[in-house]
Design a protein around this ligand. Sequence first.
Ligand code: HPA
Length: 271
Amino acid sequence: MFYDKVKESADFISARISEMPETAVILGSGLGGLVDFMEEKTVIPYKEIPNFPKSSVAGHAGNFVVGKIKGKLIAAMQGRFHYYEGFSMRELSYPLYVFKLLGVENLIITNACGGINRSFKPGDLMIIDNYINFLGTNPLIGECDERFGPRFPDMSEPFSKEIVEKAEKAAEKIGLDYKRGVYALFNGPCYESAAEIRAFEVLGADAVGMSTVPEIIVGNHLGMKVFGVSCITNMATGIATVKHSHEEVVRVANKAGENLCEWLKTMLIDW
Ligand code: HPA
């Protein structure tokens, strides 16, 4: 049964950590630097955790890291699973169910994405105000064990106002300028066509990326307080004047990741 599998994964992790984290952070491409600021770290490679999805893609090794930032215990996913790697929506959101059984209450999701809103520029950070799932599938399709959450979760407020307020305060404290907007999920792995981006723009998207939405949906299903922040690494196809390259995406994410780390650390101090 799904619940028993998740329990086995969670028991494996809890046997290795002395205290349970209340807050989990999913680190997007190029944004893994937060782990460097963690102290008293326990690092558990995904491949050691029973029932965890197995990534077949070279260079996509991931770690589950538990440690303290500014004295606050957090769990971090260094590396996430994507739909374009061939995982089902259920598989790629599996770690969140494990978080739930570990007692995680707050979920911070980060990603690298393309900017559609023409007032954005590469390097900007954007609080996700809302999302559009353009995938035509959903991570909650299939068996629903009500011990995890309801069959038909409400999505009228997918992001925690309380955490957004913390983020706003922290940004003010460090003098960080940020954007806000709607994140749209595109399945990838190719970048979008210019026509697709024009269509998404008309439909209300400010940014587009290949992750995050399944985690937002499942986090809400699990009753967690969810907060999402995107790093605009490039302008989307047709708006950008140059072709996309993954190297450039990672370079910009690494650079903007420094601001993001500062932001998250400041949020955690006053949590
Ligand atoms: N599109 C989709 N995903 C992305 C992009 C993009 O332009 N940039 C980084 N991730």
